[in-house]
Write a protein that binds this ligand. Structure first.
Ligand code: IMP
Length: 422
């Protein structure tokens, strides 16, 4: 594995690539694990001693007792955060103040922004299919410069001042405040519990980097859900790509030593938006079943299809991945034939090899497939990629050549040890 000091791990598809497990593996060598965007819309499923644990905000590195940080670009749901801290406690992980750094600059998801997200999704004629966790409205309030930062939330005086200002200035807030008194009471109570963890986390991180510590930056969602470079408007509201890490954490791009992209060996997507390789046949149903493709946050079924190399090559370019981790290879074990989309075909525009900016164009595209022979057997649970059956190696080599990128790790099961290395 790499000797990089500052590494980043990013989803190369539409999220749910299984990043959590790889963060957990890579975090073994890290001193600090950092989330840099998104909020509790994410869900990382991990297994500790055979027991399942789902984390939504705290970086997966917590399981290894490393220092965990949520950076300025994250939006934080305080109530859920406290319940995650408590869940970790039940698993024997005690996150002390010095082990959890919450950026005072991060914005808070409030009952108001959750309410707005739900309202919009319910009333819109073209909903995004959001997780209804208040993510979009929280980032919108931040951009409107009426958001509540964690540092101000943790301070009783400034928290109350923010509420009064919102009552006076934000349309509809006052009525909502009256109606949701219980939610706001809880919001107040939780602030006291959170306060101990709030600090100038970015300054601490920069010091740690100068001191030569090993840092792992953990992306949430996936590259195709990036607010600027994803399939807008069917995207999340933050920068999920590498650039988002530097902006969120106040780091120069040159401190990053290694960028990992995680892709499933096939494709999934939750929510609305184009997905060219989506399958509606028995293979799609097989992938959903074998891959247990249900959203970790909302429990919604994930749409499934073949691996889309147009999208993957795009993710490689917009992030500058050094290498790919190909996950969930074992899900393909029973298939006779495995396909990957190498290009799109549009009825008017012909063959397309670059990801179009326009979701309406993508929606009209058909995939151009290349087929690989299935390996039709179980894969080794651990060891080397070289130990895979020839047909599985051919699949990996094929993807690597078509995308011009090394594939250095392969996932063959849900547990920590189900990983193959180059
Ligand atoms: P939001 O992030 O809740 O605003 O949802 C916007 C879009 O991103 C929707 O299509 C969601 O399904 C999708 N999304 C948000 N978080 C995740 C995630 O962690 N995995 C996969 N999709 C996500």
């Amino acid at each position: 594995m790499s000797k990089a000091r500052v590494s980043v791990i990013i989803g190369a598809q539409w999220g749910d690539e299984g990043k959590g497990k790889w963060v957990d593996i890579l975090a073994e060598k890290a001193d600090i694990v950092v989330r840099f965007q998104g909020g509790n819309n994410a869900g990382h499923t991990l297994y500790k001693d055979g027991q399942k644990i789902v984390l939504h905000q705290i970086p997966s590195g917590a399981l290894r007792q490393q220092t965990c940080m949520l950076g300025a670009g994250v939006v934080v749901n305080p109530t859920q955060l406290i319940s995650e801290i408590e869940t970790l406690n039940e698993f024997g992980v005690d996150l002390s103040q010095s082990q959890l750094w919450l950026s005072a600059r991060a914005h808070v998801i409030t009952p108001w922004t959750i309410f707005q997200d739900c309202q919009r999704e319910q009333k819109s004629t073209s909903p995004i299919g959001t997780t209804k966790r208040g993510i979009g409205p929280t980032y919108a309030d931040k951009a409107h410069r009426i958001g509540l930062r964690l540092g101000d939330y943790a301070n009783t005086e400034s928290r109350h001042a923010w509420i009064e200002k919102m009552k006076a200035e934000a349309f509809g807030f006052s009525d909502f405040y009256q109606h949701a008194r219980d939610d706001w009471r809880e919001f107040d109570l939780v602030a006291e519990k959170i306060a101990a963890y709030v600090c100038d986390a970015e300054a601490k991180l920069r010091h740690a980097i100068k001191d030569g510590k090993n840092i792992l930056l953990e992306g949430a969602q996936g590259s195709l859900l990036d607010i600027d470079h994803g399939t807008y408007p069917f995207v999340t509201s933050s920068h999920t790509i590498l650039g988002g890490a530097c902006a969120s954490l106040g780091l120069g791009a040159k401190v990053i030593d290694q960028v990992w992209g995680v892709s499933k060996a096939y494709a999934t997507r939750v929510g609305e938006g184009p997905m060219t390789t989506e399958l509606f046949d028995e293979v799609g149903a097989y992938l959903a079943d074998r891959g247990k493709e249900k959203g970790a946050t909302t429990g919604r079924p994930r749409r499934c299809g073949w691996l889309d190399l147009v999208a993957l090559r795009y993710a490689i370019d917009v992030n500058g991945f050094d290498s790919i981790i190909l996950n969930k290879m074992d899900v393909l074990n029973d298939l006779d034939v495995i396909k990957v989309a190498v290009a799109y075909k549009h009825p008017q525009l012909g063959e397309i090899r670059e990801m179009p900016w326009d979701p309406n164009v993508i929606a009209k595209c058909e995939p151009v497939y290349q087929s690989f022979k299935g390996w039709k057997c179980d894969l080794p649970e651990s060891g080397k990629i070289a130990d895979l059956p020839q047909a599985a190696k051919d699949y990996i080599i094929g993807i690597s050549e078509l995308c011009k990128i090394p594939i250095e790790m392969v996932g063959t099961g849900v547990n920590r040890h189900n990983a193959l290395y180059k």
